[in-house]
Design a binder for this molecule. Structure first.
Ligand SMILES: [Zn+2]
Length: 202
C-alpha cells in the first residue's frame, strides 16, 4: 500500500452517530462505516465550512464522507448527504425518538474500528425505513432490530425466558418482562428489582 504523510484517503458512506463542537469551529464526529467500522473524526472548521460539510453532519444522517486516516482519529475533508431516491417525508417526533434509540444502541455496543458490514447495513437499512412506517410497523421493526443487532454484536440474547428464574416469556400471564441492556438479558418483573435502565418487553 502506498504510504502518504497525510494518511490514507478513504471515501465511504457512513451513518452519523453524534456530532459535537470542539474549540469553537471544529466538529467532533462519531461515525459508523461499512468497511472501516466505527470511527471518531475531526472536521476542522466544520461549523463554518458550509461548502465542505454543509449541515449534513447531523446525528442519524446517512452521508458520504472523505477523510484521511493515519490510525486513531480520522480527519474529515468532505461530507455530503447520500441521495435518497424517494426523498424523506417530514421527520416527526416518533421517527426521531426511534432513530435516536437505535443510535444509542450502536454507541453503546459497537467498539471503535469494529469492521462489520452486517452491523452497518442493518443500522442503515433500519434508519432509512423508519420514517415510512406507521406506529405498529415501527414497533415491529424496532423489536427485530434489537434482536438482530444484539445477536450481530455477539450477545446471544435469550428472549424466551427470564434470565434468573427461567419463567417463560408469555403474553397471557400477568407477569411483565423487561429487557436490560447492560445485562443483555430479559428479566421478569420480580427478578428486575435494582437492575436499573430497562425496556418493557413483550
Ligand atoms: Zn424472573
Amino acid at each position: 500500500m502506498k504510504s502518504h504523510s497525510r494518511g490514507r484517503e478513504v471515501v465511504t458512506e457512513a451513518i452519523v452517530l453524534k456530532v459535537q463542537t470542539i474549540q469553537e469551529n471544529d466538529l467532533w464526529v462519531d461515525l459508523l462505516t461499512p468497511r472501516e467500522g466505527r470511527l471518531w473524526g475531526v472536521a476542522r472548521h466544520g461549523r463554518k465550512s458550509k461548502k465542505r460539510f454543509s449541515t449534513v453532519l447531523e446525528a442519524s444522517n446517512h452521508v458520504r464522507v472523505r477523510f484521511r486516516d493515519k490510525g486513531g482519529v480520522v480527519f474529515l475533508e468532505e461530507s455530503q448527504l447520500q441521495l435518497s431516491t424517494n426523498g424523506f417525508p417530514e421527520l416527526d417526533l416518533p421517527t426521531w425518538l426511534t432513530s435516536f434509540f437505535i443510535i444509542d444502541l450502536v454507541r453503546e455496543f459497537v467498539p471503535e474500528r469494529n469492521r462489520d458490514i452486517d452491523v452497518f447495513e442493518l443500522v442503515r437499512d433500519t434508519l432509512l425505513e423508519i420514517p415510512f412506517l406507521n406506529r405498529y410497523e415501527r414497533l415491529r421493526v424496532l423489536e427485530n432490530f434489537e434482536k438482530d443487532f444484539l445477536s450481530l454484536c455477539g450477545y446471544g440474547v435469550n428472549f424466551e425466558r427470564c434470565a434468573l428464574c427461567q419463567t417463560v416469556v408469555s403474553d397471557e400471564q400477568d407477569l411483565k418482562f423487561y429487557f436490560v441492556y447492560r445485562e443483555g438479558s430479559v428479566f421478569c418483573q420480580h427478578c428486575m428489582q435494582g437492575k436499573g435502565e430497562a425496556t418493557p418487553f413483550s
